[in-house]
Design a protein around this ligand. Structure first.
Ligand code: GLY
Length: 344
């Protein structure tokens, strides 16, 4: 078992990795908690959910919107949920984002916790208190930062996760290593195969060290006014590529990380050898490193990025493997660098 604490402004959040049956007692999960999950997981985990109050949303990013929130509020009222009720988001990142936002807003906020079932949600989405939904084509446009009481992480739930979803989550895990853990990255690069085994010996310690990277960053900057921005490494281009290509989030972030690594090299930081190592490691993981989209379309989409401020954007570069750097620059400047790396 492994535990970390997010020290939030409003409340602390306990991140516990271990056996879910033992942790349910330890974390004192209320027996009458309301589980928000999706239709896919409701079927897979019908036995686990059988004796629990459940609200089911439709699976998929396209349902992470205010229409789904509306349905959840109706169901909560129907169930007689009040200020003492407890919500649990049981699912991947879409579910935990929705459940956290529903709990944060219903009756001005009730208690909630997460049991993530995807690797992406375990290492990233469920930790740090970002809750919310998309608005039309804008990702995570409506939401808040509010820490869950707990995040209960059990690799047992990965057994039912499709392989491509596991690899999808691995992109965010590699991102953590690249921005904050050089030794961890080297170990991953040398032993990629064993990390790709969901039941392998590496997984428990991997989940523990991965969540620690995220928790440490959130503890230094919960509101994303500085260091937390480093978690956006690969996302500036990744989000645009995701939106335009329809690729899975992690897959798009993987191509975005290669672009960001190449630009870091162009800026005089990362060596070309390190850029190659990053690329090879992503390929070994089964992640894409190329995209086929027009440059102007990517830039157009980036102009709509909610993280930009005016004509400026905080570009996340790598100074070296394991060390990220926030570089404020004009979007035009970034565009020039992007074009240069595409030509070379
Ligand atoms: N997923 C990025 C963050 O939590 O800040």
């Amino acid at each position: 078992m492994c535990t970390h604490t997010v020290k939030g402004k409003i409340r602390n959040s306990i991140i516990s990795i271990g056996d879910h049956t033992e942790l349910a007692d330890k974390l004192a999960i209320p027996g009458d908690a309301i589980y928000i999950t999706d239709d896919n997981l409701a079927e897979i985990y019908s036995e686990f959910l059988a004796d629990k109050k459940t609200i089911m949303v439709e699976n998929g990013e396209k349902n992470k919107n205010l229409t789904t929130m509306d349905m959840i509020y109706d169901k909560l009222i129907e169930m007689g949920a009040d200020r003492r009720s407890f919500i649990i988001g049981f699912g991947g990142g879409v579910v935990t984002d929705i459940a956290g936002f529903a709990a944060s807003t219903y009756m001005r906020g009730i208690k909630f916790g997460f049991i993530p079932t995807s690797l992406l949600a375990m290492v990233d989405a469920s930790i740090g208190g970002k809750n919310g939904v998309n608005h039309r084509m804008y990702k995570n446009m409506i939401g808040n930062i509010n820490q869950p009481e707990f995040v209960l992480i059990d690799s047992y739930f990965l057994n039912t996760l499709p392989d491509d979803e596991y690899i999808n989550g691995m992109a965010e895990a590699i991102k953590h290593l690249l921005i904050a853990d050089k030794k961890g990255f080297e170990h991953y690069a040398e032993n990629t195969g064993s990390f790709l085994d969901k039941k392998g010996k590496e997984i428990s310690s991997f989940l523990c060290s991965q969540t620690k990277i995220k928790v440490d960053i959130v503890n230094r900057d919960e509101r994303e006014s500085g260091e937390r921005k480093k978690l956006n490494f690969g996302h500036t281009f990744g989000h645009a590529i995701e939106k335009l290509s329809g690729m899975k989030h992690g897959f798009a972030v993987s191509t975005g990380m290669v672009i960001a690594a190449k630009i870091s090299h162009k800026l005089g930081f990362l060596s070309s050898k390190d850029v190659e190592t990053i690329k090879t490691t992503l390929v070994k993981t089964g992640l894409p490193v190329n995209f086929e989209l027009p440059t102007n379309k990517i830039m157009e989409t980036m102009y709509k990025d909610k993280k930009k401020h005016g004509d400026n954007i905080d570009f996340i570069a790598l100074e070296q493997i394991g060390k990220a750097k926030i570089i404020p620059m004009k979007i035009e400047e970034l565009k020039e660098l992007f074009v240069e790396i595409l030509i070379n």
